[in-house]
Design a protein around this ligand. Sequence first.
Ligand code: CAA
Length: 257
Amino acid sequence: MAYQNITAATEDGVAVVTLNRPDVLNALNQTTMNELVDACEGFDRDEAVRCIVITGAGRAFAAGADIKEMAGASAPQMLAGYRFQQWERIRKITTPIIAAVNGLALGGGCELAMLCDIIVASETAQFGQPEINLGIMPGAGGTQRLTRAIGKYRAMEMVLTGRPIPARQAEAWGLVTKVVPPEVVLDEAKGMAREIAGKAPVAVRLAKESVLKAFDTHLEGGLDFERKCFYLLFATEDRAEGISAFLEKRKAIFKGR
Ligand code: CAA
């Protein structure tokens, strides 16, 4: 698929997908979302890709869903458009995804960052759910993932006032993994991605799945799931290699088997 609104490239086991509509602050229209899903699913199927980084071109990561595209839509049209199926497909990607938030992450942009597994943000980035200013509310997970990340009272403030918060505050509130100067945000995310790409791939995928399980199950169910994944990894060649390498004081060479 030739892309119009994103660019995608791979290097050293890491794929970088860049939202590329800087003139409209990378507003997430249907074409952009289709392309993003297509790229992420393609990388998820590619054994050579072990981690995905999503970033934005220009001054925004993404300023949300494309308001112009939504302008004339009725409720039945929104429902029939299945627009959130694309978000569900990103949720099901098993390869770890790092958001390199280079600037504004508003509305769907903040929700896209929260759909990722790790968020590296520029010191100049801002996070917000301004949908309330449009007479609507977050629709791509904002009320759920934000609340889980920062708690009810802060999420209420952000969702009900629509006011964005700077990256340092997002970090203090637990919404962001790490804040770095703007000029190194992508390199930092890529460095973290390369580090993850060097780990045992099956262990990485199961570990991601297990952490995500904590969001939608009770403790006992989550612990049970974790334990089964743990046992399963003892059936992999990479487990034997990882432990032998430790005992032999050498670097492990993982093969994803
Ligand atoms: N959709 C479509 N176009 C957008 C956009 C969006 N979400 N955000 C910005 N743009 C466009 C602007 O219309 C403008 O285009 P033109 O030059 O053609 O007029 C261009 O990007 C640059 O934006 P501004 O001139 O507004 O730049 P600014 O620096 O003055 O303001 C901003 C920046 C505060 C982010 C402002 O653009 C803004 O408020 N954007 C909308 C943010 C928003 O409400 N996002 C939520 C969308 S709804 C949603 O996401 C629902 C969901 O849950 C999935």
